[in-house]
Design a binder for this molecule. Structure first.
Ligand SMILES: Cc1cc2nc3c(=O)[nH]c(=O)nc-3n(C[C@H](O)[C@H](O)[C@H](O)COP(=O)(O)OP(=O)(O)OC[C@H]3O[C@@H](n4cnc5c(N)ncnc54)[C@H](O)[C@@H]3O)c2cc1C
Length: 421
């Protein structure tokens, strides 16, 4: 059996940033395992710009952003294996993987970083009636076809779902000469970033119909028309509101699901809200020495935050290898999201192990205008930050200070909620 100090599962932006940070923290023996034939993850197909504004203060394309981290991996001579699928991770951190040259390999890891990203919700999970003709693609598949394989999935397009990938593909398909007739969104608000609604729909005159869903797909061999209808508060289509669009393509952009089959079989506890692992302040999962970061932990809107989070996971994995499992004399403090806030990452924190500042990320469950993000230490409100607008498509954060927490030695629960005043 091979041994490495740190094994990183996934060579996307999260895996790359974790690897670089672990090396900078002094760990020499690091192996990245990537199932694709190249490093970079989903960014390789995101050829639009808008990446890296926070990290590099520059507007980069996805591949350019990924390459900044790949270059550091190459320069640091961090080992990686491509075309290598991780099949299993055991609770005692034995990683089983498979590729064409080595066959099945087993690696004993001092620490493991989960960085497998996420996948798109498929049509099968959406209960759309109608036949199953050609011409129905997930938005990410269409993006790969157009940007990497060089194929046009269709000419007349309807998009269901207004997540960022759907919005970006509305613009991409238009730039490639297709006619995008409408973007329909089931919810009364978009799941994507405001900037993507403006730059990808408004700038191209593509209508966004909120509270609408697909009620019929016509065509036996190939999609020939799609009918959408308005939905009521119960999410059921309202008879008489149907609108039919002739088209040859339906793109689905209806949510992303963290890729956690490996985590589950390893016995990692998952959060039912995010579908990602429950982690502590060190981004360590319920299995000591197994860390998680990036879209496998919770779906991010900006890759900059993925890199920032992954850096922490890499540093903490390195610390685990050097110092072993952290011991603490006290119960960790629980982080609770309620009243408008849907979840927090992390879920617990130990003040002995946290840095001077800890970023807690969360999403809201609805659109809030002129409201406050409030943080309570047990029953006392300690933060009350006004926000003009908050929407489920944009990740929010609060920063906790170790110094402030030290004033509350018996603190049990930190609650994040959204308040009107
Ligand atoms: C279409 C689209 C548009 C986007 N646009 C923007 C934007 O404009 N600006 C922005 O900042 N962000 C954008 N993002 C978000 C950003 O790309 C992601 O946040 C980022 O790529 C997540 O990084 P990751 O490493 O967690 O996941 P990924 O990039 O998905 O990488 C995960 C890697 O793990 C590998 N893997 C998974 N399972 C295994 C296994 N079992 N064995 C081995 N390898 C495995 C995968 O092959 C993949 O390479 C966009 C994302 C998408 C999908």
């Amino acid at each position: 059996m091979m041994t490495y100090d740190i094994v990183i599962v996934g060579g996307g932006p999260a895996g790359l940033a974790a690897a670089v940070a672990a090396r900078e923290a002094g760990t020499q023996s690091i192996l990245i395992l990537e199932r694709d034939h190249e490093l970079g993850g989903i960014l390789n197909q995101c050829i639009h710009n808008g990446f890296g504004l926070h990290t590099f203060k520059e507007e980069l394309t996805g591949p350019e952003y990924a390459y900044r981290f790949m270059k550091q991996v190459f320069d640091e001579k961090i080992e990686y294996k491509l075309n290598t699928m991780v099949m299993d991770i055991s609770p005692d951190r034995v990683v089983t993987a498979m590729n064409k040259t080595d066959g099945m390999i087993q690696i004993k890891a001092g620490a493991v970083v989960l960085a497998m990203g996420c996948r798109e919700r498929p049509r099968g999970a959406l209960n759309i009636p109608g036949y199953r003709p050609a011409g129905i693609f997930s938005a990410g598949t269409a993006q790969r076809l157009v940007n990497i394989e060089g194929y046009m999935p269709g000419r007349e397009v309807v998009i269901l779902g207004s997540g960022d990938i759907g919005l970006i593909m509305a613009r991409r398909m238009t730039l490639e000469g297709a006619k995008v007739k409408v973007v329909a969104e089931l919810l009364p608000f978009s799941g994507g970033l405001k900037r993507n609604i403006v730059q990808c729909l408004d700038d191209f005159g593509i209508p966004l119909k909120l509270s609408h869903t697909v009620v019929d797909i016509e065509g036996k061999e190939r999609v020939s028309a799609v009918t959408i209808a308005k939905v009521g508060p119960d999410m059921k289509p309202i008879p008489g509101t149907e609108e039919r669009y002739t088209c040859d393509t339906l793109l689905l952009s209806c949510g992303l699901i963290p890729e956690n089959e490996l985590s589950k079989s390893a016995g990692v506890e998952l959060n039912p809200v995010t579908s990602g692992p429950v982690v502590n302040e060190s981004l360590e999962t319920s299995i000591p020495g197994v860390f998680a970061c990036g879209n496998v932990l919770h779906v991010h809107d900006l890759v900059d935050f993925v890199s920032e989070e992954a850096k922490k996971a890499g540093e903490n994995a390195s610390k685990f290898v050097k110092e072993g499992a952290a011991k603490s004399s006290k119960e960790p403090i629980k982080l609770v999201a309620t009243e408008g806030a849907r979840y927090t990452v992390p879920c617990t924190l130990d003040t002995d192990r946290m840095d001077d500042l800890l970023t807690v990320r969360f999403r809201v469950g609805a659109v809030f205008q002129d409201s406050y993000v409030s943080v309570y230490f047990d029953d006392e409100r300690v933060m009350h930050n006004q926000k003009r607008i908050m929407a489920p498509g944009e990740m929010e954060q609060v920063i906790l200070q170790k110094k402030k927490l030290s004033e509350y030695p018996d603190l049990k629960t930190i609650t994040i909620k959204i308040e009107k005043e």
